[in-house]
Write a protein that binds this ligand. Structure first.
Ligand code: ADP
Ligand code: ADP
Ligand code: MG
Length: 702
């Protein structure tokens, strides 16, 4: 075993590799970019070396500097993680030339599997089933179009050098082929510097099922079963599970044998993944159903012709599987395999790379229970999954069990801490949540509970979206295919987990509690509510709810009874009690356990159903404090002025939108705090403004 390794990566995977190394008493060297100087992965390692600027090309892809760092620190081996240099044949070779062990496959195996078209030609020779298609070297437009016709529409054009879901085009009919080919080539040459494509049959309602393989330097190769990664958006994985629900044993065996044949064909050593696409012509492979019983396809869907293609047919359900590609590295979703096998794949990587034989033979490997992984990302599902950036002002994850092994528990693989920033330089993945249960149903229940206990504020994430997938009509019964998210659209997008009434009630309760706390011990008026002390019977709260003005009116009745009216709704009795977990809140017939995190004026309300953000408009209302003197309207956060909705001289009503600001890739509408007349605009659209900067001057109406 090595004494010291260098981890040429960042984020959760660098932390994850470091944890196993520590357990094996292997010392670790981190490398980091400018943006990552204080990152979790640097703290997770014994030593750290700065590489350069924040952009990957200036740091994590600077392989000369990485090799120098290894030399300077006396590391004997380099673990590349995933992404970055992990599938870079030249880097693997340069490591060897520098006398370092590259913890991954031989350069020749990376090369052989690097281009999709070439790898398919190799797999064809090795007898691995391929999607019917064209993967030849001749890239003539007319030839490709003819091949598409021969394969039969719809077809998929793929960039041969593609990865990460980029460079793919579905073509439904011959008329669209030429344009799709041109745009696929453009994307391929921009993203990968190589415009070669392949064309293949577009498989209907497929499942993405991949086999984890492992080889050692003695020539042994085993598989560690499959992972189902069918739940995808933009051809990228969202949820992954092992084993694949409903996969018949005979199909698993054949896929395992094909994956081992694929690895052998390229002399594979270390951890790798062979990705297959599985056609379900008879319907869905369903868990718990007898002999993989397949339901009818949904109405209106056409079945692909029987017997088409070279796929291996599974006797029980007619499901066929085809090789898609091989990823020659440790995969993001490897923890679900670890959960069901009880193994540490990074430990296997280190053992194999240091020349030891595989710790177990095929016959010793077993599947125990069911595991599911959810990728928690800084992104906005309601805005085409665009990545978001910002500071993790609140970052609380559920209690996790022991690290690499999680027998029937919850595991969090993360690379960030509360207070860290998510920058635009790298992958938007924040953490992976992995659950394990004796059955899929148990794992699902655990996943739902773990997602509910995940509290993130400061930037938009997909946590609530993941919970909606888990609860969707397709996911629980394992009606899995790569179109699941699209099919469940109506249930997944544009929903508030917490509606305005409850969010407003939680915000009001939180604010009143905060004021009470502030007044505790503040003299004779101590235990009384400030506003009551002023003799008021009602109090109005102004909010922004999805950037729109909203309000709630709290009425103080006899014997301390409170009522709350939200928006145009009728008022309802409101009660709350502070508990260790937050607020036990009753609004009319509704009762909910809410936790509120206040970040300035933004109140993040977490309930078991999900979270919501509501912005108290106090700071803006400040402008209207002295109506007779007019008001100043200031930027509630640092950002950019997008537009003004008014001009100097306009008469405006309270609550009317005045300006739109953009911060953290989100737009915020600034509303008028009071009726008045706009005197002067103090900025132009496009201006960058500091927090508290004056945006415009408003003269209050007489
Ligand atoms: P996996 O099945 O392991 O998710 P992906 O191909 O989606 O495989 O990529 C795994 C990780 O590798 C991604 O999360 C990302 O960090 C990184 N990655 C993949 N492709 C690229 C790329 N073109 N540029 C930068 N990083 C990439
Ligand atoms: P990448 O290198 O980007 O991961 P893959 O070839 O692995 O590219 O394909 C990514 C995803 O695209 C698959 O997981 C699957 O959802 C979809 N896909 C790929 N090939 C096909 C196909 N022939 N028919 C239907 N969907 C496909
Ligand atoms: Mg892939």
């Amino acid at each position: 075993m090595f004494d010291k390794i260098l981890i040429a990566n960042r984020g959760e995977i660098a932390c994850r590799v470091a944890a196993t190394a520590r357990r094996l008493a292997v010392r670790t060297v981190a490398v980091y970019s400018e943006a990552d100087a204080d990152a979790a992965h640097v703290a997770a390692c014994d030593e750290a070396v700065a590489l350069g600027g924040s952009a990957p090309k200036d740091s994590y892809l600077q392989w000369q500097r990485i090799l120098e760092a290894a030399r300077a620190t006396g590391a004997q081996a380099v673990h590349p993680g995933y992404g970055f240099l992990s599938e870079n044949e030249d880097f693997a070779r340069a490591c060897a030339e520098a006398g370092l062990v590259f913890i991954g496959p031989p350069p020749a195996a990376i090369r052989a599997m690097g281009l999709k078209a070439e790898s398919k030609r190799l797999m064809e020779q090795a007898g691995v089933p391929l999607v019917p298609g064209y993967h030849g070297a001749d890239q003539d437009d007319a030839l490709l179009a003819r091949e598409a016709g021969r394969i039969g529409y719809p077809v998929l054009i793929k960039a041969s050098a593609g990865g990460g879901g980029k460079g793919m085009r579905i073509v439904e009919k011959p008329e669209d082929f030429a344009a799709a080919l041109a745009s696929c080539r453009r994307e391929a040459s921009n993203s990968f510097g190589n415009d070669a494509v392949l064309v293949e049959k577009y498989v209907q309602r497929p499942r993405h099922i991949e086999m984890q393989v492992f080889g050692d330097t003695q020539g042994r190769v085993v598989h560690l079963f499959e992972r189902d990664c069918s739940v995808q958006r933009r051809y990228q994985k969202v949820l992954e599970e092992a084993p694949a629900p409903g996969l018949p044993d005979d199909l698993r065996e054949r896929m395992g044998a094909a994956a081992i044949a694929a690895a052998r064909a390229v002399g594979y050593v270390g951890a790798g993944t062979v990705e297959f696409i599985v056609e379900q012509p008879g319907g869905y492979l369903l868990e718990g159903a007898d002999a993989g019983f397949a339901a009818e396809p949904p109405q209106g869907e056409t079945r692909p012709p029987r017997g088409a293609g070279s796929g291996t047919q599974c006797a029980t359900v007619g499901a066929r599987f085809y090789f898609m590609e091989m990823n020659t590295r440790l995969q993001v979703e490897h923890p679900v395999t670890e959960a069901i096998t009880g193994l540490d794949l990074v430990e296997w990587q280190l053992r194999v790379a240091s020349g030891e034989p595989l710790p177990l033979a095929q016959a010793d490997l077993r599947i125990d229970g069911h595991a599911i992984e959810a990728r928690i990302c800084a992104e906005n599902p309601d805005n085409q999954f665009l990545p978001t950036t910002g500071t993790l002002q609140v970052y609380r994850t559920p209690a996790a069990s022991a690290f690499a092994r999680s027998p029937h528990g919850v595991r969090i693989d993360g690379g960030v801490r509360e207070g860290d920033a998510v920058t635009p330089f790298y992958d938007p993945m924040i953490a992976k949540l992995i659950v394990h249960g004796a059955t899929r149903a148990e794992a699902l229940a655990r996943l739902d509970a773990a997602l509910a206990a995940t509290r993130i504020a400061g930037l938009a994430t997909n946590v609530a979206f993941l919970r909606r997938i888990v609860a969707s009509p397709s996911f629980a019964p394992a009606r899995l295919d790569t179109a699941l998210i699209e099919r469940e659209r109506a249930a997944l997008f544009g929903h508030d987990a917490v509606g305005l009434p409850l969010a407003a009630a939680a915000a009001v309760a939180h604010r009143v509690e905060a004021e009470r706390a502030q007044q505790q011990g503040a003299g004779p008026f101590g235990r009384r509510d400030g506003w009551r002390g002023l003799g008021l019977a009602t109090r109005r709260f102004d909010f922004l709810w999805h950037d729109q003005p909203a309000r709630a009116v709290l009425t103080y009745g006899r014997a301390g009874a409170l009522r709350l009216a939200v928006g145009d709704g009728a008022d309802e009795p409101l009660q709350w009690r502070s508990t260790a977990g937050g607020l036990d809140l009753h609004l009319g017939p509704q009762r909910v356990q809410a936790e509120v995190h206040a970040l300035g004026d933004a109140l993040h309300v977490f309930t078991p159903a999900g979270s919501a953000r509501i912005d108290l408009q106090d700071r803006l209302a400040h402008a209207g404090d002295a109506p007779a003197e007019g008001g100043r309207l200031t930027a509630p956060m640092p950002g950019k002025v997008v537009s003004f909705a008014v001009r100097a001289g306009d008469t405006v009503a309270r609550g009317q939108p005045l300006a739109v600001m953009e911060a953290m890739k989100m737009e915020h509408t600034i509303a008028a705090p009071a009726d008045g007349v706009v005197e002067e605009l103090l900025h132009a659209p496009g201006d960058q403004v500091a927090e508290g900067a004056e945006l415009l001057r408003l003269a209050a109406a007489a």
